[in-house]
Design a protein around this ligand. Structure first.
Ligand code: G4P
Length: 537
């Protein structure tokens, strides 16, 4: 008798459950190799077939909406995308972070949606400013970090110098997992310090003989395969490294205190598999998420919950669509499910949730804590919103930041004032800008963290809302929220009316001309505080 089974090609089973999810981001300074590494990770994950697809897809996607022309023109990435792939029986969600410093708010929010990060460092440059900034954001939430020292196929800094730089500048415990053998022209590969194997750079990785198992550094097989000088250097350095740095401690890594370090070359596709194996082995599954009223939501909780960390409007200009990126924090999500939006109490049936793949989007029938789904909507969802089955949950930790650049909006055609209001309010909900309406009336004031955001804003106002607007310098250097007893806040608004405005939720902000004025105001109003962040409700 022949048994017929349903076709199920090997390796295609999609892992299920929150424990199988590994949601992470790559942080790096521009040019360190984030895109190249992403591509190679996706290649291993089978999500793309040919290297080069990430960029190709990027171009296609960019072509879809006009404002992304800025990305093309400036050669930078200002949006966050999500890519999903399976590896080692796990489902990986890789969140791309914008590489430009002007978009630190967007990046901050993306990093609230991950459970771990990979830090890419250019071996010739070491820690660069943007790496440090992004690292600091990760540190705020103790996000566990694996380090990939890239471009070993080029002349690089001495590995000890690099590791000491990471340890000193980032105050992290360092544990090298692989050790480079040579560099630049001489780069032969890496020695796996934890598994005693020599991984050779040359040849396709799948081919036998490329990896040599050893009994230790003194195994004659090593000497037989390496030039004498490099063999001597490896033996000395690896001994020193083993003695000088702590062994990798998964618990310390998961607490965000220790980073495991891999050396390699993303371009040569070397060291990437080891990194991915390291992630599969050690990267944490979805973490419990902090919520208001001192609650935390456990990923194993059966009721579905999640928060919106990004909204992207007009991905398809013809349909005025908006996609909210929802990070699921608990439960098993199913298509068509009804979820409550905590801010408004309204119920939303999620009929067309989207999964993002490297090359495509697909309808998501089922998703788990750790997954990111796109929820198309017509403006109902905002960054910071919680959606859940259980009423009353509100996730925290997605604040607005006090803007560092404030400009008055100048409208060329007064007949478009209503459109401008809609456009600004949409852009504020997306988190592209903050908007303030002065109490004394007058032009809107927009607040951004980086100047590039203004370019994005004016391009989008024009192309998506047909509103031609410019920006003029406003005499303010910061906008601070005003917090304290209600009567005092009202008194303050009355006295300082000329320098006060309302944000998009109607909360009072004080517009300060300079730091000196801010200090004076704080001294004059000791009952009030002027926070630099506001939790989104
Ligand atoms: P980013 O996303 O972090 O900005 O960096 P990206 O991957 O775009 O890489 C920046 C440049 O560094 C690219 O060269 C890329 O090919 C190169 N690169 C990345 N990884 C390695 C590596 O391991 N070794 C070497 N030698 N180079 C590497 P480009 O000339 O700017 O771009 P392209 O023309 O190659 O696309």
């Amino acid at each position: 008798m022949t048994l017929h089974t349903l076709e199920s090609p090997a390796g295609t089973a999609v892992p299920t459950g929150a424990t199988s999810r590994r949601t992470f981001a790559i942080i790096s300074h521009p040019d360190a190799g984030k895109t190249t590494l992403t591509e190679k990770l996706l290649l291993f994950g089978g999500a793309i077939r040919l290297a080069g697809d990430v960029k190709a897809r990027g171009d296609r996607r960019r072509a879809r909406s006009d404002w992304m022309k800025i990305e093309q023109a400036r050669g930078i990435s200002v949006t966050t995308s999500v890519m999903t792939f399976d590896y080692g029986g796990l489902a990986f969600n890789l969140l791309d972070t914008p590489g430009h410093e002007d978009f630190s708010e967007d990046t901050y929010r993306t990093l609230t949606a991950v459970d771990s990060a990979v830090m890419v460092i250019d071996a010739a440059k070491g820690i660069e400013p943007q790496t440090r900034k992004l690292f600091e954001v990760c540190r705020l939430r103790d996000v566990p970090i694996m380090t990939f020292v890239n471009k070993m196929d080029r002349e690089a800094l001495d590995p000890f110098e690099l590791l000491d730089q990471i340890a000193d500048q980032l105050a992290l415990d360092i544990s090298p997992i692989t050790w480079p053998v040579g560099m630049g022209q001489d780069f032969k590969g890496c020695y796996d310090l934890t598994g005693d194997r020599m991984l050779f750079l040359e040849g396709p990785r799948e081919r036998a003989g490329n990896v040599i198992a050893c009994s230790g550094l003194d195994d004659p097989v090593l000497a037989a395969h390496l030039p004498a000088r490099l063999h001597a250097q490896l033996t000395e350095e690896a001994e020193l490294a083993r003695g000088g740095y702590p062994t990798f401690d998964p618990a310390s890594y998961r607490q965000g205190h220790m980073t495991g370090v891999f050396f390699g070359s993303a371009l040569r596709n070397f060291g990437v598999r080891e990194l991915l194996d390291g992630l599969a082995r050690y990267a944490p599954p979805p973490r419990p998420q902090p919520a208001a009223d001192d609650r935390t939501v456990d990923p194993e909780d059966e009721r579905v919950s999640g928060f919106v960390f990004k909204v992207q409007a007009n991905m398809d200009k013809n349909h005025r669509d908006r996609v909210a990126f929802l990070r699921l924090c608990s439960g098993r999500f199913q298509r068509g499910m009804k979820l409550t939006q905590t801010r408004t109490g309204k119920t939303l049936a999620v009929h067309n949730p989207i999964f993002f793949f490297a090359q495509d989007r697909q309808l998501a029938d089922e998703a788990w804590a750790g997954d990111i789904i796109g929820v198309p909507n017509h403006g109902a969802l905002r960054v910071g919103d919680t959606l859940s089955e259980a009423a009353g949950v509100r996730f925290t930790g997605l604040p607005d930041f006090a803007p560092e650049i404030l400009q008055r909006v100048r409208l060329d055609d007064p007949m478009r004032a209503k459109h401008l209001r809609t456009a600004l309010s949409d852009m504020a909900e997306e988190g592209v800008t903050q908007v303030f309406k002065p109490l004394t009336g007058g032009a809107w004031i927009v607040g951004v963290v980086g100047a590039l955001q203004l370019d994005v804003l004016s391009t989008r106002l024009d192309s998506e809302y047909n509103v031609k607007a410019g920006f003029e310098t406003a005499p303010y250097t910061t906008a601070r929220w005003v917090s304290g007893p209600k009567d005092k806040v009202e008194q303050f608004a009355e006295k300082q009316r000329a320098a006060c405005a309302e944000d998009r939720d109607g909360a009072l902000v004080f517009l300060a001309r300079n730091a000196w004025e801010m200090t004076r105001i704080q001294e004059e109003w000791p009952d009030l505080t002027f926070p630099t962040t506001k939790e989104r409700h």
